[in-house]
Design a protein around this ligand. Structure first.
Ligand code: MG
Length: 373
């Protein structure tokens, strides 16, 4: 608790141009991603920033998340003590069903304020830094595979060793051709992973995935539909390669269902799955079942990635790296006031107060298409 009071809420709809098209099993990103930023002002002069990524290739619904923040969460936080994060988030949970991304954006801004008020990085509010850097994965999803191979080689020279191939968008034969090309073109020590984003049909998923296993992926992510955890369990039993649940694991209750059915070997953690506290609950359920976690993303910019970095830093069970590459390698311009910290293929955990880097408000204004106060 504190004597600080939230005095203002501003919600920004922001269109961030990207360097290339991306195709994945759940949809296509072209030209730009549209995300939401939220700014909380306080009577102490401290400002908190949050981001809600509303990727069109994931749940989408940018306008719904804008409304959640502007109409439903605003009255919960105006005049509230920003240190009461659990209390505010429980109220947000009651005010809006679903809306995990909007809730994550709100919670992120609250943590940013608390960290700044205490003069400490957010990871110190979550148990402290268990790790100081996180191996970075880049996603191969450009329909122009040659361009992505060149990109991957450049990133390899930057120190990246993890690459995740988005499969399921162009058919099985094309997926095998792309994997064959990548294994032939990239260095032998590359850690290759595969993400279907739910694209496979249940009836022939197992034989297709057996073909994919020949390319030695470290894991295969979300091969079938979000609701088919029965099929995920069958696939997990049938394959030698570990299976990761992403879309199927949005809540602690989802994680519990997956653990009970043994429907995955790994769970993807994303701050956008309801915020840092919520993903810690998902990770705790997973850990109790002996399931490690991975740091996924939903096309956040650098700000959202900072929150992801703090929660992974402070959570031992999120042990399989992260994919916080957009700010550095995918957006034409990120809107943080300093570059998102990546050194030698690893994300560096910020040591400065709050999330660690503020939004550059001039850059934010440049990409803002709607602003609600
Ligand atoms: Mg995924």
């Amino acid at each position: 608790m504190s004597d600080i009071v939230i005095t203002g809420v501003t919600v920004f709809k922001v269109r961030l141009p990207v360097v290339s098209e991306r195709r994945q099993g759940s949809g296509i990103t072209k030209d730009a991603v549209t995300n939401i930023f939220v700014k909380l002002d306080t009577d102490a002069g401290i400002v908190g920033w949050g981001e809600a990524a509303t990727s069109a290739t994931f749940p989408g619904g940018t306008e719904a998340h804008m409304a959640a923040l502007h109409i439903y969460f605003r009255p919960l936080v105006m005049g509230a003590d920003p240190f009461r994060i659990e209390q505010i988030m429980e109220q947000a949970e009651r005010a809006v069903v679903h809306g995990a991304e909007a809730k994550a954006g709100l919670e992120m801004a609250l943590f940013d304020i608390v960290g700044k008020a205490l003069g400490t990085p957010v990871c110190n509010l979550l148990g402290g830094a268990y790790r100081d850097e996180i191996p970075l994965s880049f996603s191969i999803a450009n329909p122009d595979l040659g361009a992505d191979v060149e990109m991957a080689k450049r990133l390899y020279d930057d120190g990246l060793r993890i690459f995740k191939v988005k499969t399921g968008a162009a058919g099985h034969a094309e997926d095998l051709r792309r994997l064959e090309t990548l294994r032939a073109e990239l260095a032998p020590d590359v850690d290759l992973r595969v993400d279907y984003n739910q694209a496979l049909d249940v009836f022939d998923a197992i034989p297709k995935l057996r073909d994919v296993e020949a390319f030695r992926p470290t894991f295969i992510e979300q091969p079938v539909n979000i609701d088919r955890i029965d099929a995920m369990a069958e696939i997990t039993r049938a394959l030698d390669t570990p299976i990761m649940a992403d879309e199927s694991a949005f809540s602690p209750a989802d994680a519990l269902a997956i653990a009970r059915l043994r429907a995955a070997d790994i769970i993807s953690i994303k701050v956008m799955k309801g915020g840092m506290l919520n993903v810690r609950r998902i990770s705790a359920v997973a850990q109790a079942a002996g399931i490690p976690c991975y740091g996924g993303d939903m096309a956040e910019s650098g700000l959202g990635h900072l929150a992801g970095t703090h929660v992974i830093a402070a959570t031992p069970n999120i042990s399989l790296g992260c994919e916080f590459y957009q700010a550095t390698y995918y957006l034409k311009e990120d809107i943080l006031a300093a570059p998102f910290p990546v050194v030698n293929g690893k994300v560096q955990v910020p040591t400065t107060p709050g999330l660690g880097i503020d939004v550059d408000e001039d850059k934010l204004a440049k990409y803002t298409i709607e602003r609600l106060t």
